[in-house]
Design a protein around this ligand. Structure first.
Ligand SMILES: [Zn+2]
Length: 453
């Protein structure tokens, strides 16, 4: 009898273990089945590693990639401008939708498995806007990105150098042969690289100064064109004279910002850089952007240059875009996303999508003051006429990146208008003067975008 009872317990325990295992498997089947099915060795969905089902379109239904045929967009400029959003033929671009969203392209559901007809994945980008941005870059390297800070949708994401995906084989051979025209061609410069921010970083120094001062008018500084600090000299391209904080930002006065950096101290600037989200990765559709960096030097001239956005400062354009969206949103904005919708062959929703919130640890009042100052930059310095009636708030940057090369040109900001809630980042690598070079690219892209609205 005793032995029988022992066996009963054993059988009961065994049954419970089996049941628990089955539950875990069923749970995993429903939560991870989509990933299992889109494993690249699944020959139902992949041909030689290339996803052979489903399609990718832009937000307006323009075909960017067709899985079964392997065809890309009809128009060459569109193909080239959307390369880093879609992906090349060999999967060398890690941020491309062909890799990011393969589990959505494969029409998987837990009941019927993978269907023969895939899903259509619509990206948030506008193919025409991407093409306009690539044309505005005019053969130069860099990145142009625009996103809706209220919805998180990325409308424009161009990275250059780029190429026509139909030339993937020739480009691969050129890259392997060390052709410098293709340096960093597989890297999405918007998402996976970090650059010297130059004067765009003055927004961070300004925020720290505003919190210390309470008002832009509480600061005064007379620029003589250079500032002697222990360890070196800070220079301005011209003599800016007497200024308050708002003037100093509009003039982009290096001497004033170096003086502020020394007064604020390295640890304070480091905290404001971190609070701006510029040292962290942005998670977009499951992948992580490159991180920025800031070194709080104890050498006053190095610290001065870092307050100006030089020295060892680095910023990732996607983190910068979110930072700008959060200034516009007075502390928070939506996290960027590239995925607009997934539609099955029957026209039904193939996935339920949402994007998260991003925030910065700046006070709403600080954001409002930054906004006013960035608006004044445009009206008093960069020129409102290039933006039509759009209330653009911006900061330019001309980032020195070496003794024998042209500086990187930056122009970053947002439209402060509920009807056009767009933040933008333009970086023209080795492009020259920020406000004129990158500013005109931003003006072209924003004008095209808001004409469509
Ligand atoms: Zn100055």
């Amino acid at each position: 009898m005793k032995r029988l009872r022992g066996r009963t317990w054993f059988v009961l325990l065994f049954t419970l273990l089996l049941l628990a295992g089955t539950l875990v498997l069923v749970w995993q089947y429903f939560t991870q089945g989509r990933e299992w099915a889109s494993f690249s060795a699944n020959s139902h969905l992949f041909t030689k590693g290339r996803i052979a089902t489903g399609a990718i379109t832009d937000r307006n239904g323009v075909l960017l990639y067709d899985g079964p045929s392997g065809d890309y967009a009809e128009d060459k400029t569109t193909r080239t401008a959307t390369l880093h959003a879609v992906g090349d033929q060999y999967g060398n671009i890690a941020t491309g939708a062909k890799l990011l969203f393969k589990q959505y392209m494969a029409a998987y559901n837990p009941v019927t498995g993978t269907g023969s007809e895939g899903n259509t994945v619509a990206l948030t980008i506008d193919a025409e806007l991407n093409a306009a941005a690539l044309r505005a870059l005019d053969g130069r390297n860099g990145t142009v990105a625009v996103y809706n800070y209220n919805t998180g949708e990325i409308l424009c994401m161009v990275s250059a150098p780029t190429f026509d995906p139909y030339d993937s084989q020739q480009v691969l051979e050129a890259v392997n042969a060390g052709d410098t025209r293709y340096n960093g061609v597989y890297l999405n410069h918007f998402f996976s690289a970090a650059f010297t921010p130059g004067s765009t970083f003055k927004l961070v120094t300004t925020a720290a100064a505003l919190d210390k001062l309470n008002s832009a008018a509480d600061f005064s500084f007379t620029c003589t064109g250079s500032l002697e600090l222990e360890g070196g000299t800070i220079t301005c391209p011209s003599v800016h004279g007497a200024q308050d904080l708002s003037d100093a930002l509009a003039n982009s006065c290096n001497c004033a910002f170096a003086q502020l950096a020394v007064e604020l101290g390295g640890e304070t600037l480091l905290r404001y850089t971190k609070d701006a989200g510029l040292l962290d990765s942005v998670e977009m559709n499951g992948i992580f952007s490159a991180k920025g960096s800031f070194t709080p030097s104890s050498n006053p001239s190095e610290l001065g240059w870092s307050g100006v956005g030089q020295y060892t400062n680095l910023v990732n354009p996607c983190s910068e875009l979110v930072f700008l969206g959060c200034i516009a949103g007075e502390g928070s904005a939506k996290t960027p996303t590239l995925l607009k919708s997934v539609t099955t062959s029957l026209g039904l929703p193939g996935a339920f999508l949402s994007t998260g919130d991003s925030s910065i640890a700046y006070k709403p009042s600080t954001c409002r003051m930054l906004k006013q100052m960035m608006r004044r930059n445009v009206t008093d310095h960069y020129g409102q006429e290039q933006f039509g009636t759009l209330p653009v708030c911006a900061k330019s940057g001309t980032a020195e990146v070496g003794p024998d090369v042209s500086p990187h040109a930056w122009f970053v900001g947002f439209v402060d208008d509920p009807a056009h809630p767009y933040a933008f980042v333009v970086l023209v690598e080795n492009g020259g003067w920020g406000s004129s070079v990158a500013g005109s690219v931003a003006a072209e892209v924003l004008t095209q975008l808001c004409r469509e609205d």
